[in-house]
Design a protein around this ligand. Sequence first.
Ligand SMILES: *Cc1c(COP(=O)(O)O)cnc(C)c1O
Length: 389
Amino acid sequence: MKKETRVTHQPKVTMPKGNKPLVDPVYRSVKFTFPDIDSATTPQSRREGFDYSRDSNPTTRQLELLSSELQGRDDAICVSTGMAAAWLSLLANLSAGDRVVFFVECYRPIRVMLRERLPKFGINFSMLSVHDLDGIAEVFAADDTKLLIFEAPTNPMMQVPDIGAIVDLAHKHSVTTVLDNTFGGLHNHGQFKIDFYFHSLTKYASGHGDVMGGVVIADEKQIKQLKPWAVNMGATLDPGAAYLILRGLKTYYLRYRRHSETALTIAQFLHTHPKVERVYYPGLADDPGHSLATDQMDCCGAVLSFDLKADEQETRHFIDALELFATTASIGSTESLVAPAKLYFAQDLSAEEIVLAGISNSTVRFSVGIEHPDDLIGDLEQAFSKVFS
Ligand SMILES: *Cc1c(COP(=O)(O)O)cnc(C)c1O
């Protein structure tokens, strides 16, 4: 063989029987082969084998199996981002003329999808507050209502929906439920009869802020229906990204617990601070969502919001004065992050909708990292004294 040929037909390293790597290899191959055309085209090999990575890939498949197991469901499909997972869950379940229900308290790009994009395809929406159970019952009863998409807890105000009550209402009216469980995490909310869970794997799952991904998790039958949509849309998760997320998941429980403990410590510090009007963190014993959160989920995660006793300008100065909190959106990464809630998460809302969402000019959102809590509290103290004394 000429060396020009050898570089494209490289030597194979086969592992001796029983000799295994402790860390699984990344299958970067786009294409997979079979010994001959017959075996490539039998139904069984098409079902069980791998052919083209847009359809399926062993590394991405490993992440699908792990995600669905952690969420307590049969199967999953990984896609390129959390938003791709949201689109997949909706497109595969809706037709023109259908109505989708969602809440004003949700992640902004989800509102944009429902209010600005989907109406182009004849899909209608109703936007309510997550706490308006009567309003929810009323829209669920309408003939055209097909699907509910919601979060627990909500972004950025950490409101806790009564998942059990909402899901019961949905079942009564045959409304499909889609839970954006990014904030709750893969270990939470599996006990509810949710039809489709989706997660931004960009957040807690990968954990390190260096890779993007999304996943839709459901029962096998439902994933089977979604799969052709995912493959045809081409929102496939790259196996290299899947590998980084699988690596991140090895420390998922350690990180989620640490995030939650430190977030609670910071929430308690802010709760008693004279320059803080109100803290929104369901881990706090006197938060209105505390008992529901305690029943529904294990730990409350990294995100908390609070209103400063300050005007918009002082709020900006406070955020700029923080040194260990990076000013940016996103959540659930190892570093602590801060964002002015109205400016970053409510630009699409009208004045009345912002009030309904509970966001003010002095609302600050934190995503608490895994740094030592003493250093984070020290950083808060220096920012408070820099701006307010
Ligand atoms: C980040 C996020 C998304 C979207 O995820 P991407 O991976 O950024 O597309 C959806 N929902 C919530 C609650 C999020 O925080």
